[in-house]
Design a binder for this molecule. Structure first.
Ligand SMILES: C[S@@+](CC[C@H](N)C(=O)[O-])C[C@H]1O[C@@H](n2cnc3c(N)ncnc32)[C@H](O)[C@@H]1O
Length: 308
């Protein structure tokens, strides 16, 4: 299988975990719905396996959702725009980055955002209190080469063209349209941050609102997967989802923490996945709940075997 294309560098992207998450995606999904799509890594991975008929890609961050739409619907133009802007940077690439950033904050042009994401520190978006993008450039790199970017853009377009819809709504509005034949994959903003202010993403969410939204999905028998809290060694990040939601909790080994390694500790990080009962009912082999004494662990590069 050819490697999966990824034009958008995005902090928190699930591209590396996608092969494991896809183990819990049943066959024959009608709509794959990603209310917190970010770079849409899961939609892209599911489309590469041709598992779902259609894709609903939503992120409250409007330029990001618009950028994904442009990549899918106008791939050549989007790649050429990137190439032009990338080629302009060489006289003084740092000064050029700050100029593009100011233009982006003024116009919200999603094509400028693609360049900023490719060029900023670790693809990690940062916003100030006024919602202005304020991340600095990575001074050691010039960003993805235009030829590689074009191949990634065309790859994603081939996978999703004619099959995807894009929006930038609050996740609750997106969930209202889900049906039992769909699958919702949710990766909300990092849980260590409370409330709606999260400088690391365009917006944060409230834990209590999110729990109510999941209760509502349960009552409508909607299959869903949530990536939520995580754990490094014995330290858990984020709030636990309540047992009343009756979710199956699975822990995925996500690698060694570089911070812990620097401090001479050898700690693994784990990411949690929660599966709704409407989803596990569809899986022929029931996944084991990770809250049992030994967490279920997977290599990130295992081949996919479906549970159905
Ligand atoms: C952890 S990131 C998702 C990363 C994604 N799984 C990927 O692979 O790139 C969370 C996303 O949720 C978006 N977001 C924050 N609040 C939201 C809301 N209320 N409704 C919809 N999206 C929201 C953020 O803009 C951010 O892109």
């Amino acid at each position: 299988m050819k490697s999966i294309p990824h034009p958008i560098q995005y902090q928190g992207s699930k591209r590396n975990l996608a092969p494991v998450i896809l183990r819990y995606v049943p066959k024959n999904v009608n709509w794959l719905i990603e209310p917190f799509s970010g770079s849409a890594a899961i939609s892209i991975a599911v489309a590469a396996r041709q598992i779902a008929k259609s894709y609903l890609i939503n992120d409250l961050n409007k330029p990001l959702a618009e950028l994904l739409r442009l990549i899918v619907d106008s791939p050549s133009e989007t790649a050429s725009f990137y190439e032009d802007i990338w080629n302009e940077q060489h006289s003084d690439s740092v000064e050029h980055y700050y100029r593009v950033r100011a233009d982006f904050n003024r116009t919200q042009d999603p094509r400028l955002f693609l360049y900023l994401l490719a060029r900023c520190v670790k693809g990690s978006v940062r916003y100030n209190a006024d919602g202005m993008f304020n991340q600095s450039p990575d001074k050691r790199r010039h960003g993805t080469r235009p030829k590689t970017m074009r191949a990634n853009i065309l790859g994603v377009s081939t996978l999703l063209k004619g099959k995807a819809e894009f929006s930038s709504l609050d996740y609750r509005e997106v969930l209202a349209g889900a049906r039992p034949t769909d699958l919702v994959y949710m990766d909300p903003p990092y849980q260590g941050v409370c409330g709606e202010r999260d400088s690391r993403y365009y917006s944060g969410i409230y834990h209590a609102d999110f729990v109510s939204a999941l209760e509502e999905l349960n009552s409508r028998e909607i299959p869903y997967i949530v990536s939520y809290d995580g754990r490094r060694g014995d330290k858990t990040f984020g709030e636990i989802l309540p047992a009343s939601l009756e979710l199956t909790h699975i822990e995925l080994e996500a690698g060694r923490s570089s911070q812990a390694t620097l401090l001479g500790r050898d700690e693994l990080t784990y990411e949690s996945l929660y599966l709704s009962h409407a989803l596990t009912d569809k899986l022929a082999h029931k996944p084991i709940d990770g809250r049992q004494p030994k967490p279920q662990q997977y290599s990130l590069f295992e081949p996919i075997t479906h549970y159905v």
